[in-house]
Design a protein around this ligand. Structure first.
Ligand code: UDP
Ligand code: MG
Length: 325
C-alpha cells in the first residue's frame, strides 16, 4: 500500500490551520478506510516563517495527532514556491506519493481521492484544475487569466488554470529534485518532468478564513519569475524589434530623401532623422544580439537534466545479474 504525504505550505494561517488539519485528517481516514492508501499516511505542514501562531498550532496538532500530523519549520519566510519545495523534498524521503494543497482549503479536498485513483491507474503527476472561478473576485479572475495567457504567449508551458494543487509520485518528485536551479516556478517545471499525467477538475471555493497571502505585488513577482525562469523570448523580442526598426528606417530614408529633394525641409533635418532611426534600430539589434548569448548562458547555468528515462526494457542477462545482487 502506498504511503501518502499531503504537503501544506502555511504563511500566517492561524485562522485556518485547525480547520485544514481536520479536513485533511478526514481525507486520510476516509482513504485509509477504503484501502486506497497506507495507514501511515500523513499531513506535512510547512511553516513558511509565519509571524503569527501558525507554528504553535502545528506543534499542537502534532501533539494531538502524532501519527497523522507532521511539520517542517523554515527558518524564515521564503515564499510559497520555496516552502512547497521544502515540503515536497522532505516528504519525498518519507512517502510514496505526495499531494500539495494550500492551507486555505480553496482547493477541493474531496478530489484527492480521484487523484489517488489516477495515480493507481499509472499517472505520475495529476494536476488539480479549476473548473471555474465563480468565487474569486473579478479582479483576481481577470488578472489570473491574463497571467496564464501571458505565460503561453511567452512560450512557458503551463497547465491552464492549474495552480499548485497536484499529486506527484515519489519518482516525479525525485526527478524534480534534479532541477538544481534556484528560482523555482513549479507550475512551469512539472511539464518538463514528463511521465504520464492526468488532471482532475474541481470548483475553487472561497478561502475558509483569513485573507489572501498573494497580493498583486507577489502575483506580479510570480509572473515575472515564471517568464524569466523559462523563457528568453523577451530578449528575442528586443532583437526582433531592432530589426523591424532598421527596416522602418529604410522606408524613412526614402521619405526623407523625397522631402529633401522637393525642398520642404529645414536644413539638417534629413540627416538627423535618418541617423536617429537607423542608429536606434542598430542599437536595439545589438543589445538583442548580446542578449541572445546571455540567454544561452542563463539556460546553461541552470544545468537542467537533459532527459528523464521512464522505463528501460532490459535484456534477460541484465535482469538475471540484477536479481543475483
Ligand atoms: N504561502 C506561503 N508563503 C508565502 C505566501 C503564501 O507558504 O509567502 C502559502 C499560504 O499559506 C497558502 C498558499 O501559499 O497556503 C497560497 O496562498 P494564498 O491562499 O494566500 O494565495 P491565493 O489563493 O490567494 O492566490
Ligand atoms: Mg488561497
Amino acid at each position: 500500500m502506498d504511503r501518502l504525504a499531503i504537503v501544506v505550505p502555511c504563511y500566517n494561517e492561524e485562522e485556518v490551520l485547525k480547520i485544514a488539519s481536520q479536513a485533511l485528517r478526514g481525507v486520510l481516514a476516509d482513504l485509509t478506510a477504503k484501502n486506497k492508501i497506507d495507514s501511515s499516511s500523513f499531513i506535512l505542514f510547512v511553516n513558511d516563517g509565519s509571524k503569527d501562531r501558525t507554528w504553535e498550532l502545528i506543534e499542537e496538532e502534532h501533539r494531538l495527532y502524532p501519527a497523522q500530523v507532521c511539520g517542517v519549520k523554515l527558518a524564515g519566510n521564503v515564499g510559497h514556491q520555496f516552502a512547497l519545495t521544502a515540503g515536497l523534498l522532505t516528504a519525498m524521503e518519507r512517502s510514496d506519493v505526495t499531494v500539495s494543497i494550500d492551507a486555505d482549503l480553496q482547493d477541493d479536498v474531496n478530489v484527492i481521492e480521484e487523484m489517488i485513483d489516477k495515480f493507481h491507474a499509472g499517472n505520475d503527476i495529476v494536476y488539480g484544475v479549476r473548473r471555474e472561478r465563480k468565487t474569486d473576485t473579478f479582479f483576481k479572475r481577470t488578472t489570473a487569466q491574463a497571467f496564464y495567457k501571458l505565460m503561453a504567449l511567452m512560450g512557458v508551458k503551463t497547465v491552464y488554470n492549474h495552480a499548485d494543487f497536484r499529486l506527484m509520485s515519489r519518482r516525479a518528485v525525485e526527478q524534480f529534485s534534479q532541477y538544481k536551479e534556484t528560482y523555482l516556478f513549479l507550475r512551469g517545471m512539472m511539464p518538463l518532468i514528463g511521465y504520464q499525467t492526468d488532471s482532475v477538475y474541481y470548483d475553487r471555493k472561497e478561502r475558509v478564513a483569513g485573507e489572501s497571502k498573494y497580493p498583486l505585488k507577489k502575483m506580479l513577482a510570480l509572473a515575472f519569475n515564471g517568464i524569466s525562469s523559462f523563457s528568453v523570448k523577451p530578449i528575442s523580442m528586443i532583437l526582433g524589434l531592432g530589426i523591424v526598426i532598421i527596416i522602418c528606417s529604410l522606408f524613412a530614408a526614402v521619405y526623407a530623401l523625397i522631402s529633401y529633394f522637393t525642398g520642404h525641409v529645414v536644413p539638417g533635418w534629413t540627416s538627423l532623422i535618418l541617423s536617429i532611426w537607423f542608429l536606434g534600430g542598430l542599437q536595439l539589434m545589438a543589445v538583442g544580439m548580446v542578449g541572445q548569448y546571455i540567454g544561452k548562458i542563463y539556460m546553461e547555468v541552470k544545468q537542467r537534466p537533459r532527459y528523464n528515462i521512464e522505463t528501460i526494457l532490459e535484456s534477460e542477462q541484465e535482469q538475471e545479474a540484477k536479481d543475483e545482487l
